[in-house]
Design a protein around this ligand. Sequence first.
Ligand SMILES: NC(=O)C1=CN([C@@H]2O[C@H](COP(=O)(O)OP(=O)(O)OC[C@H]3O[C@@H](n4cnc5c(N)ncnc54)[C@H](O)[C@@H]3O)[C@@H](O)[C@H]2O)C=CC1
Ligand SMILES: O=C(O)C(=O)COP(=O)(O)O
Length: 525
Amino acid sequence: MPKVLISDSLSPRAVEIFKERGIEVDVKTGLKPDELKAIIGGYDGLAIRSSTKVTKDVLAVATNLRVVGRAGIGVDNVDVPAATARGVVVMNTPFGNSITTAEHAIAMMMALARDIPEANASTHAGKWEKNRFMGVELYGKTLGVIGCGNIGSIVADRALGLKMKVVAFDPFLSPERAQDLGVEKVELDELLRRADFITLHTPLTNETRAILNRDSLARTKKGVRIINCARGGLIVEEDLKAAIESGHVAGAALDVFAEEPAKQNGLFGMERVICTPHLGASTTEAQENVALQVAEQMADYLVSGAVVNALNMPSVSAEDAPRLRPYMKLAEQLGSFAGQITETGLKAVTVEFEGQVAELNTRPLTAVVLKGLLAPLMESVNMVNAPVIAREREIKVSETKRQDAGDYQTLIRVIVSTEARTRTLAGTLFGGDKPRLVEIEDVPIEAEVTPNMLFIRNEDKPGFIGKLGTALGDAGVNIATFHLGRTAAGETAIALVCVDQPLGDDLVERIRALPSVVRAKALTF
Ligand SMILES: NC(=O)C1=CN([C@@H]2O[C@H](COP(=O)(O)OP(=O)(O)OC[C@H]3O[C@@H](n4cnc5c(N)ncnc54)[C@H](O)[C@@H]3O)[C@@H](O)[C@H]2O)C=CC1
Ligand SMILES: O=C(O)C(=O)COP(=O)(O)O
């Protein structure tokens, strides 16, 4: 039974869902890094929000971990490349809290415009300082949205409803989408120059880190107000502090901080700064949404192999997962076979899908082919990191699909090119779920892949099979099955022998020395 750890505070719905899906679940929040490291080895899944830091060190001891589920959006607290390298799928819930977070940004903007927190504190203190608080209207003002994705575009929509003008800086925002949203797409400089309010909605990446710094703040309009409900690292906090102190920036509303939990911060205690403790996603509705979604997604993956909203793996729908399973096995066998008979550097891999398989989502199958292919060449390769490794090694990977069937109703063909040559292998499913090899290096053959095999390429000459049988027999090796194929009489032939035990190097060497043998290789699966 798979086991999941919930290490941040999640709605109890998550626990219910895991249990309903037959998954054991522990809830342990507030763990220190060492405490997490001490127990993580016992879990297949880890469900988190923003507090748990899933570092390389944590992942290194997470020996059974298969999935990290982020009940929320930002995954900057997860070392995704390290998770990928270890074959751990990282998934988030990309929409569950977006409305809630956008509403928080709007609430922060209004609070900032009318000084509501200060006025509230003053009134509670019995001061009735009616003349102290003089706000600004939002109507007709320009809101600059940096990062116009899910949350940024909801903020833009709400701001348009408040009759603001919205300008957006987002390199990935298409002009058509900008038009649909009713926002004006501009460059960062123009946004800085024109905006009365600036709101940040990008992820924290190397490009966005410190996007508001001394220089960019200096280019903003005097009296600008800044709202950050995305990530603390987007703003250089001391630069913001200086800009507020100088009077250039009229105020800031911050939900997120460079260091969290933020118990101390240079911006704390400043009059024109409003702070909330990373509450962007904290509504009953959003927390129900993300807890439910993350638990469903993690359970689907752990129970059936379905992958939704993963950041480091292609999606596999719950409907596709059982249909893909036998193909996964076939794809891995083809990849592994190709990897074991390939001796020089890989240049390109093409995976062709023909017939029924072409109707499925084939990206996970290509990932498995790559895993099989690279596994004989390196350690710790898995279907999550195989596409990344292939890219790093500049192996060109492509897929083709043809829905009409050829000789077989369904077929996967793997074409592997090295500097020296191109090799082709193909396989099908017999009876809908039994993988069979049907073509090796252009030679038709029909063979099941078994744990120990001998692959031979030979000239098609009489007497060869007898000599091979004798060599194996003399070495005490039992032949389970024997498959032969050839292009035409007297031309290239292939023998694929399934044996009951691993073959020693000496024996393979002796077989290689037999007349007519061009190539002999022991394969293991
Ligand atoms: N305060 C809170 O509790 C919450 C904070 N967040 C934060 O909000 C962020 C945004 O969330 P979503 O809108 O759902 O993400 P999203 O992925 O839908 O949108 C992000 C947008 O930023 C844009 N972007 C990326 N790099 C950029 C750059 N260099 N300059 C300008 N734009 C750039 C992207 O093109 C994309 O359109 C999350 O990454 C997360 O860090 C999300 C939820 C709650
Ligand atoms: O979803 C996000 O990216 C958030 O920042 C929400 O964070 P939280 O789950 O409230 O700790």
